[in-house]
Design a protein around this ligand. Structure first.
Ligand SMILES: *Cc1c(COP(=O)(O)O)cnc(C)c1O
Length: 394
């Protein structure tokens, strides 16, 4: 391949892939706020309706040019054939279930996935005769033992929230291949800037675009990414059932993607500095961040991730009282359960994101009363540290 014909690198793809300039010669991607598209004739209308692949615009529940631009760009970044955009991250996961599961099928899922994913699989899919087995993210033999001839999907999220445990994606994909299953990876915490699950053997990637793909806490959205054949199934669900992305949201996510690589580098750099600083603070019992050499899976993290991401957690010795005191002493950090925002957020998992678990389940998941999660933003690291320092001196 000559120098000129090489495919674009990820920074270039994030800026330029997918935009087909219109006759107006616009520089920025336009927003097509239209619910439907017109035909030049009855014949053209009939031809377009006969085509179900999504190649021609008919109606924005099926396809929309702004949404298609976001899909094409994200697919390029993940190294996939195609992406299908959805109205939220949960809509992406629901669409995967509807595309690939039938009554009687089973899912094997890591125990430490996003709370609503546990609810979707455990409460709602159960009503349609689909069962789920939750296993320890790191315990490969448990994944294998939970598989049987009804298993269809393996579902993992790595690194986990909030303890930053890793799934070995190459090992899980080998298990999926051996058993003829699809491995689905929620890549929300890393984004393709830091981790490419498809290159490690996963079949499908799901995203909550709400988090780092937007990166500024503005919009809800999601996506499913994979090969053409699988994405045709997912597209069929989304175009029929309707959990599609709004064109305006797609435009905002396109702007987010433009700076994704730089932001993820900056989030990771701030998070590593904060993790190292937290290790020095009084009353901190443990710091969980895969970028620390002390992290038990640091070598795996270095192998399968380009950098270690923006989310870390740490445990306070004094339990809930000490943790809440620290949260309440901060003046700048945002006390919110969201993450993937340019602004740093702080959360007490035991009483918010993981409050619905029974105390026993929380203990089993390693969510202690003293644990705090920080989604490290892009402020000056000195200011993040100074704000937390208020709490340590309190
Ligand atoms: C937020 C989140 C989701 C759900 O995304 P929504 O856009 O809120 O529906 C799924 N997975 C992970 C890892 C998340 O953090």
């Amino acid at each position: 391949m000559s120098e000129q014909d090489k495919p674009w690198g990820p920074a270039t793809q994030a800026l330029r892939t997918g935009h087909r300039r219109t006759a107006e010669r616009e520089h920025a991607e336009p927003i097509f706020t239209t619910s439907s598209f017109v035909f030049e004739s009855a014949e053209q209308a009939a031809d377009c309706f006969a085509n179900e692949t999504g190649e021609v615009n008919i109606y924005s529940r099926f396809t929309n040019p702004t949404v298609a631009c976001f899909e094409e760009r994200l697919a390029a970044l993940e190294g996939a054939d195609r992406a299908v955009a959805t109205s939220s991250g949960m809509a992406a996961i629901l669409s995967v279930c509807m595309a690939f599961l039938n009554q009687g099928d089973e899912i094997v899922c890591s125990r430490s996935v996003f709370g609503s994913t546990i609810g979707l699989f455990g409460r709602f899919m159960a009503r349609f005769g689909i069962s789920v087995h939750f296993v320890d993210l790191q315990d490969l033999s448990a994944w294998e033992a939970a598989c049987n001839d009804k298993t269809r999907l393996l579902f993992a999220e790595t690194p986990s929230n909030p303890l930053c445990e890793l799934a070995d994606l190459e090992a899980l994909s080998a298990l999926a291949k051996k058993r003829g299953l699809r491995l689905v990876v929620d890549n929300c915490f890393c984004t393709p800037a830091l981790q490419k699950p498809l290159a490690l053997g996963a079949d499908i990637v799901v995203h909550s675009a709400t988090k780092y793909l937007d990166g500024q806490g503005r919009m809800l959205g999601g996506a499913v990414v994979g090969n053409d054949k699988d994405m045709a199934e997912v597209f069929g669900v989304v175009r029929t059932a309707g959990p599609c992305m709004s064109p305006f949201n797609a435009w905002v996510f396109l702007k987010g993607l433009e700076t994704l690589k730089l932001r993820m580098q900056a989030h990771s750099a701030n998070a590593l500095k904060l993790a190292q600083w937290l290790q020095q603070q009084p009353g901190v019992a443990a710091v969980h961040y895969a970028g620390l050499p002390e992290h038990p899976q640091h070598e795996l993290a270095k192998k399968q991730m380009r950098d270690f991401g923006g989310v870390l957690s740490f445990a306070m010795q004094g339990g809930r009282e000490a943790a809440w005191k620290l949260v309440n002493a901060t003046q700048m950090l945002s006390i919110t359960a969201n993450l993937g925002d340019a602004k740093t957020t702080i959360t007490h998992p035991a009483t918010t994101t993981h409050a619905r678990l029974t105390p026993e389940a929380r203990a089993a998941a390693g969510i202690s009363e003293g644990l705090l999660r920080v989604a490290v933003g892009l402020e000056d690291i000195e200011d993040i540290q100074a704000d937390l320092a208020r709490g340590f001196s309190a």
